[in-house]
Write a protein that binds this ligand. Structure first.
Ligand code: KG4
Ligand code: ZN
Length: 333
């Protein structure tokens, strides 16, 4: 089945073409307009999606070597995300679906992240425990089968990606902060500063990142710019360790408690080098299969949306023209 995927939930305008699990194209246009503001400006995101989506879709089709009439279904993100941004993709998908007389399906962005990981897994051994880590979410999700989700832990305040972005901002490192901190932390001494690790020892599987964010701010206020510059790598490595160790530790504990076969991780923060190495090493040592997402499918992209949509379309599901955008859509709802 040939599926066109569309993703416009935040600041990436993306379109992809899949032939079953084969990615024929995955075009991602990152909106650079937000960099000067140090974060995503919702109205500017919507306007950029409006301008970029049509050419991005055209490019995805031409790179795939697929004519418009060959597309058999459309998958589009309809939440969670920025409402204006979501509406651009959703409206485009509805129009395409009507004009071409093919079904479309609204996809949950977090389900998309999960399927971005599963896209390259040859044999999925359910149950799988998923750690989903992005700019807006930090969740542990138990999957007993395809499209079946039970959330067993979530952040109570900030998401881990948000902690990376906000900490980088107060350290003057630019936006988005995740990739910058990841790079700067290499070679740094992670024991240089002891930043807090919330809920590390507690039995539940929830997370909290506001304390870490505040302690980075306090640290910056209490130290000179020279100190910050001289120890940049050490401070970034210390922050990264505090942010990531708790994710790995809770994922492994939840995997044991829920008796899963495999653990997997997804979302923008899944691109983090320290997380990737740590979860693979510790997960395997504990006897689990570890599904590692390819870098291209970690941060927002339409291939992951197309693949999740494909599973739903194959079941005969499709959305109606009345489908709305849901900024706070949750998994399993
Ligand atoms: O999934 P995503 O592209 O968008 C959302 O759905 O939020 O995730 C973006 C988040 C940002 O917070 C970004 O800083 C973070 O993922 N991120 C990283 C890395 N690459 C992206 N965080 C840590 N290390 C990275 N290498
Ligand atoms: Zn995302």
């Amino acid at each position: 089945m040939i599926v066109l995927g569309i993703e416009t939930s935040c600041d990436e305008t993306s379109a992809a073409v899949l032939d079953d699990s084969r990615v024929l194209s995955n075009v991602v246009s990152s909106q650079l307009v937000h960099v000067q503001y140090g974060g995503v400006v919702p109205e500017l995101a919507s306007r950029a999606h409006l301008r970029l989506l049509q050419p991005v879709v055209e490019r995805a089709l031409s790179e795939a070597g697929i004519g418009r009439e060959q597309v058999e279904g459309i998958a589009v993100t309809h939440g969670p995300g920025l409402v204006g941004a979501l509406l651009v993709g959703l409206t485009f998908a509805k129009g395409y679906s009507l004009a071409a007389d093919i079904p479309f399906i609204g996809v949950n962005h977090m389900e998309g992240h999960i399927y971005g990981n599963l896209l390259t897994v040859e044999h999925i051994d359910f149950p799988v425990l998923f750690l989903i880590v992005s700019g807006g979410h930090t969740q542990l999700v138990l999957m007993k089968d395809h499209l079946d989700y039970r959330i067993i832990g979530s952040t109570r305040d900030d998401a881990v990606g948000e902690a990376f972005d906000k900490s980088a901002k107060v350290m003057g490192l630019g936006y988005p902060g995740g990739p910058v901190i990841d790079k700067l932390a290499r070679g740094g001494d992670a024991s240089f500063v002891r930043f807090p690790q919330s809920f590390l020892k507690e039995d539940h599987f929830d997370f909290s990142y506001s304390g870490l964010k505040t302690s980075v701010l306090t640290y910056v206020e209490q130290h000179s710019p020279q100190h910050m510059a001289e120890h940049q790598a050490d401070i970034c490595a210390s922050f990264q360790k505090a942010a990531i160790d708790v994710l790995i530790s809770k994922t492994l504990r939840a995997a044991k408690v829920h008796n899963v076969r495999a653990i997997a991780f997804a979302g923008g923060v899944a691109a983090n080098g320290y997380l990737r190495a740590g979860i693979v090493e510790q997960g395997r040592k504990a006897g689990f299969d570890v599904y590692t997402p390819q870098m291209a499918y970690c941060t927002d992209n339409a291939a992951m949306i197309a693949y999740a949509g494909l599973h739903r379309l194959r079941r005969g599901e499709h959305s109606s023209q009345n489908l709305n955008a849901f900024p706070s859509l949750t998994l399993g709802s």
